[in-house]
Design a protein around this ligand. Sequence first.
Ligand SMILES: *Cc1c(COP(=O)(O)O)cnc(C)c1O
Length: 425
Amino acid sequence: MSVKHFPLDRERLEALAEKYQTPFYVYDEGAIRENARAIQRAFAMLPGYKEHFAVKALPNPFILKILAEEGLGADCSSLPELLLADMAGIKGEAIMFSSNETPSAEFRKARELGAVINLDDLSHIEFLERAAGIPDLISCRYNPGPLKEGNAIIGKPEEAKFGFTREQLFDGYRLLKQKGARRFGLHTMVASNELGLEYHIETARMLFDLALEIFSRTGLRIEFVNLGGGVGIPYRPDEEGIKWEDLAGGVKKAYDEKIKGGPLDPLCIHSEYGRPITGPYGWLVSRAVHRKGIYREYIGLDSCMADLMRPALYGAYHHITIAGRENEEASKTYDVVGSLCENNDKFAVRRKLPEIRTGEKDGDLVIIHDAGAHGRAMGFNYNGKLRCGELLLRPDASVVEIRRKETAGDYFATLDLEGLKDFIL
Ligand SMILES: *Cc1c(COP(=O)(O)O)cnc(C)c1O
């Protein structure tokens, strides 16, 4: 069981809705800080542990700055993500650059910032050499293919476009050494939103074995293994999350079996979790504006899948509560939907909820839980939808706006409207 909590009472939330207009995201800084401390406390028993927060999960520099202050680095995969990490004061090897199909300009920027470049393919060694030169420290991404089972979101490793095959890795490290690299890391990312503890411990085991084999076959000493991301969160109240202590404990046990006292000891452990770092501590708040009863009962929100795509994209479950009415009986069955002209724009299908009041001013405030990772970040502007803003609940209980909502002006900003006036048909 996971308890679904929201840190603001209804009165406070109404006041925020008055000031900022729904929809908006709320993030809980205190809870994010506490979680960042908890993961590092748990993993402190492993050598050189470093978590590089996956920027794509919540690409807001205010959040990155908070995480950086707690000692986390950043995992980036595009030029703007590198700039975000830099803005937040995350520097040098605290940045992991795990990109794929990478343009040279991005490799150059990563080099300029001193980020750890994590190569996605054997052919990228020469590409990187031409684009930016081979750095001292370099990492390679391993795709175990049929040797590792996949999961629903990321699919089977053998069907995934990412990483080197096993055999390519040995050649890759040899070539990198020939071209001047001196320090080496090994990375993998094989699952997404995986709640099985054993799965993640198995991943660590697999990397430890591989690092040892790389040593015995090439003589090269891997200095860190990066376990990637993919640790799931309990989106459904009846699911159980992974506890950091259990995960760290399992990895430590594997470390002691395979690495301790051997030629690679101490081998640093890195990760690039996104979802479990901020996911449970962000909520999308919308107002219930419309109700319609046709073949089913619909509640129409003032947000839509442009603000949170996961339900439409993956059929993902996000828990929903109604502000101030958390303890009321779920006597109704609704489809809770957004305003986009696509029929998959549904935050919940056939969900049991208390009877919801609707109205532009006095409708209920609907809270969508576990939206703090891969939430607003995935938004888009299809159908002329403008993405909502982001609020931060500070540890002193004040609230600051850390991203305003988009305006029509933002939507038109890339058009040459002056040129349109002079455009001759
Ligand atoms: C998306 C991604 C992550 C983070 O995944 P989560 O599921 O959010 O933990 C980490 N590393 C890479 C390479 C990714 O693409």
